[in-house]
Structure formats: C-alpha cells, structure tokens
Design a protein around this ligand. Structure first.
Ligand code: RIB
Length: 302
C-alpha cells in the first residue's frame, strides 16, 4: 500500500516566550528559531521515519526549497511537490515556559492547489492506497471526492477545524485521527470523550477513529473494538508536531499490517518522544528510537 500525503508545507518561525502575548500587549521573545513544519510535511516525515512508503503532494514558493529538501532527506518521495510563483506558507508559533504553543498560519502556496494538479497526482495512485489529508490546503472537498471515486482510503486529521472542514464530505473518511476538541466539534459540541465516541459511531459507522486526549492518552475505536493507551513520562519541552507525529506513526503501523492496539502504542510513544524536543519536523523520532528507547508510561497509567 502506497501512502499519499496531500498537505501543507510551512516555514515555522518559533518564538520562545514566558507567557503568550495577550490582547493589546507587546512582549519581547526570549529566542526566535526557524524550523521546517506544516501539518502535512510533519506527518509525511513521521510516516517516513516510521518506515512507510510515502509520497508528499503540495505547493511551495521559490523561498520554500528547504522544505522539499527536508522531506527528501527524511525519505519522502517529493515528485508531487510543486514550486509556484507565490510565497511559501508559514506559521508564527509562540512556545511558552510550559511547552504549550499558539499558532498563526499564513496559507501562501498551500492555498493554491488546483483541481487539475490534484487530479494529476491522485491519478498516479490506485484502489487500496491511502491518502492522508489535513485542513491546511484548499480544495479539500474536491480532493476527497476524487480520491474516493478512485478507490483510495481516506485518512483525515481534521486540523485546524473550521466550518470549511465541517462542510467536507466526511462520510467518505475511512480513518479520523483527531484530538478531543476536534472530535467534540465534529459531533456537534459533546465534551465527554466517551459520548464523542458514541456519536462518532452513529454518524460515521464505517470509519475507524483515533481520539487523542492530551495528557489523558488516546483511544481507538471502530464498529466493534475500543482500545486505550496512556502517555509516557517525559519532560514536556514543546508540543508542536506531537499530534502530527502520532498521526504519521499510527497510519504507518496500520499500513504495515500491525494491529490498531500496537499502532496506538507506537504512536503514543513516538509523540511522547517528540514532545521532549523543541521544534516541529526535527522533533519526530526515528522508528529505531521508538522501538528501543526505554521510557516508562506515566504513573497514572500503570
Ligand atoms: O502541527 C504543527 C504544525 O502546525 C506546525 O509545524 C505549523 O506549521 C502548523 O501547520
């Protein structure tokens, strides 16, 4: 099974601050660093580092070559990364002393995906291959409908969640990988994760769903089974790309034929390792690190 990640590529400008800037306030940052990011790029790198055969499709400007190079270095096939005559997408990220983040996106080339380009790329894949999508590119409904018609399985990380995402043909999604806030919005505002699970089952009976619950771990469920996995006990330095790492690892393990239970374990461990390091794509661990690093589950889950 080939995996196509049709997604964003961003230049991440990361500002370390004690506390997030508040309305009307001006603050000085402690440090500014640039990283390669974008949910699409991060998830492609996580897939590749987990061992999957992954193709990335998306658009950058002439100022974004570093992003295509980073994908290539990680083992991602970049023949569907197109260079356009417009600025590359970027993100302005604040990281506070607790390792939490706030992100502002500028779409740039990520919002210039044409239907013709999407068709040209998707036509290179066949029934049974998997397409992974997030919500940082334009033309998502077209991409979803066309990929579905061609028999591709659709995996969706519905992030960032907004009305445009909710208007997509979500009934065509085979795998949802999302956090509790996104889950709650998709089912219409339910906050209790168990109730979100029940409502997702009613609304999308054919989908397999992973709900990540932050420090409370992650749950997988399909029509029949529910599995849970806790987080690991690591120092939280920067949560940027932790969700992307989780998504890439989970899907790579499923593609490899591992059970959802094992995929959940590997994805949880990989994202805990990512939280331990500053930055986005650079914080994603290799498969060898995930398989051999000896970290313990958070004591709450022992
Ligand atoms: O999920 C983290 C990513 O979100 C960052 O790399 C940033 O570019 C935004 O897309």
């Amino acid at each position: 099974m080939k995996i196509l990640d049709f997604g964003s590529l961003n230049l991440d400008h990361v500002y370390s601050v004690d506390n997030f800037v508040r309305p009307g306030e001006t603050i000085s940052s402690l440090k500014m660093e640039d990283f390669c990011g974008g949910k699409g790029l991060n998830q492609s790198i996580a897939l590749a580092r987990a061992g999957a055969e992954v193709y990335h499709a998306g658009c950058i400007g002439k100022d974004g070559q570093v992003l295509a190079d980073r994908l290539k270095e990680a083992g991602v096939n970049t023949k569907f990364v197109k260079v356009l005559d417009c600025p590359t997408g970027h993100a302005i990220i604040q990281i506070n002393a607790k390792g939490q983040n706030c992100i502002i996106l500028y779409g740039g080339a990520n919002q210039e995906i044409t239907e013709d380009f999407a068709k040209e790329v998707i036509d290179q894949f066949s029934k049974g291959d998997l397409i992974l999508l997030q919500n940082e590119i334009n033309n998502l409904p077209f991409i979803m409908n066309y990929a579905y018609e061609k028999g591709l399985q659709i995996a969706l990380n519905p992030s960032p969640l907004n009305d445009k995402l909710l208007a997509c043909p979500l009934d065509k999604v085979a795998y949802f990988i999302m956090n509790e806030i996104e889950g709650s919005e998709i089912v219409g505002g339910e906050e209790d994760p168990d109730k979100v699970i029940e409502k997702m089952k009613e609304k999308f009976p054919n989908a397999k769903v992973v709900l990540t619950l932050g420090k409370d771990g992650a749950k997988y469920f399909d029509g029949e089974k529910v599995y849970f996995h806790g987080i690991y006990d690591v120092k939280r330095v920067d949560s940027t790309a932790a969700g992307d790492t989780f998504t890439g690892y989970f899907l790579a393990c499923i593609g490899e034929g591992l059970s959802p239970e094992v995929a959940l374990e590997k994805a949880s461990k990989a994202s805990s390792l990512a939280v331990h390091i500053k930055g986005a794509s650079n914080s994603i661990p290799t498969r060898a690190e995930v398989d051999t690093t000896d970290i313990k589950l958070d004591p709450r889950f022992l």
